[in-house]
Design a binder for this molecule. Structure first.
Ligand code: SF4
Length: 337
């Protein structure tokens, strides 16, 4: 157990957590909404520091990050817990374990060990992923700092609900992020995730301002977030922020509490991609459809094939010194380490 970062002590041994935008006020003996931060006699502690539930070396494409060091390996870690309650969560067995089963599990692993394992497995980045890095921030931040000292870079795969204070704290050691923009309606965030849309939009703006390499993912759920109007608004928001933000539109499969809805059709993903391009975005990808044309990167200027992918594998990367070999246009992204 470790004393939490970013919280305030209040009267009567209450505490207020400032890690994410829920900003939970937690009374003595109780836990925050994420289920992994507990008030011990007026001191907030993390119950998941060094309790790693998943550790794998993944292709960076799996995060997904398509314009950040393509073809490299990313050592990926998680603890249990999440600050969202998404009814369609694809990792609910670990993200909702504290709230659904009142259990906290994980193998003991220090930041040192995580960094050593990452180096041993020839990864060039460490990704904090699978659940939500904000809720295991102490472990992520300590590991990220150590990783940088050993020449590794750090990636957050996040729902974007952290506070600005939290982002400022991790920013010097954070190089890239894939943030879920799950929908573009307050209602969806409230009813499907138990959260609000506005803080996520603020996080995207702040990350962009800070200069963190940013890609965005939307899981397209039939009938819930896939109307033309909503997708157009979402794509316009991203395009206004920066047309070069890669947008990944991912196929939904029925799972967890959302089993009564069918999988997203390939046509629906293609339509959403067209909406993205019409809104001015330059790179819009499909996700969870291995072999789809929408997995490949084409030059935004001349249309030349730049990165051929199949699923999470890079078949061939033709980008040369960050430029298109056909027309020499600069391709937005981070291509060397
Ligand atoms: S990180 Fe957890 S305890 Fe802290 S504000 Fe968010 S949900 Fe509440």
């Amino acid at each position: 157990m470790k004393e939490a970062y970013l919280y305030k002590k209040l009267e009567d041994k209450k505490v207020r957590c400032h890690l994410c935008n829920h900003r939970c006020i937690i009374t003595e003996g109780q836990r925050g909404l994420c289920g992994v931060r507990e008030n011990h006699s007026g001191t907030l502690v993390s119950l998941v520091y060094g309790k790693v539930i998943a550790a794998h070396c993944d292709p960076i494409e799996k995060k997904p990050l398509f314009h950040f060091l393509p073809g490299t390996r990313s050592y990926s870690v998680a603890t249990v817990g999440c600050n969202f309650k998404c009814l369609f969560c694809q990792n609910s067995d670990i993200s909702q374990m504290p709230s659904d089963h009142n259990r906290i599990m994980g193998d003991d692993m220090t930041p040192d060990q995580i960094v050593k394992d990452a180096l041993d497995s020839r990864a060039v980045t460490i990704s904090y992923t699978y659940t939500e890095p904000t809720i295991y921030f102490e472990l992520a931040a300590d590991t990220a700092r150590m990783a940088v000292s050993k020449g590794l870079k750090n990636v957050f795969v996040s729902n974007g609900y952290m506070t600005e204070q939290c982002l400022e704290e991790i920013f010097p050691d954070l190089h890239a992020a894939n943030v879920d923009l799950k929908a573009f309606s307050q209602r969806f965030y409230r009813e499907q995730c138990g959260a609000k849309l506005e803080p996520v939009l603020n996080t995207l703006k702040t990350m962009k301002k800070m200069g963190v390499w940013l890609e965005v993912t939307t899981l397209l759920i039939p009938g819930l977030n896939d109307s033309v109007e909503e997708l157009r608004d979402l794509a316009r928001f991203l395009s206004d922020l920066d047309p070069n933000i890669p947008w990944h539109i991912s196929r939904f499969h029925p799972t967890y509490h959302l089993t009564g809805i069918s999988s997203t059709s390939s046509d629906s993903i293609r339509r959403a991609r067209e909406i993205g391009y019409e809104a001015g975005l330059t790179y819009v990808y499909s996700g969870n459809i291995p072999g789809d044309e929408g997995e490949k990167t084409f030059c935004h200027e001349c249309g030349e094939l730049l990165i051929d992918r199949f699923g999470f594998n890079v078949v061939q990367n033709m980008i040369t010194e960050g430029r298109c070999p056909g027309c020499s246009s600069e391709i937005p992204g981070v291509w060397t380490y």
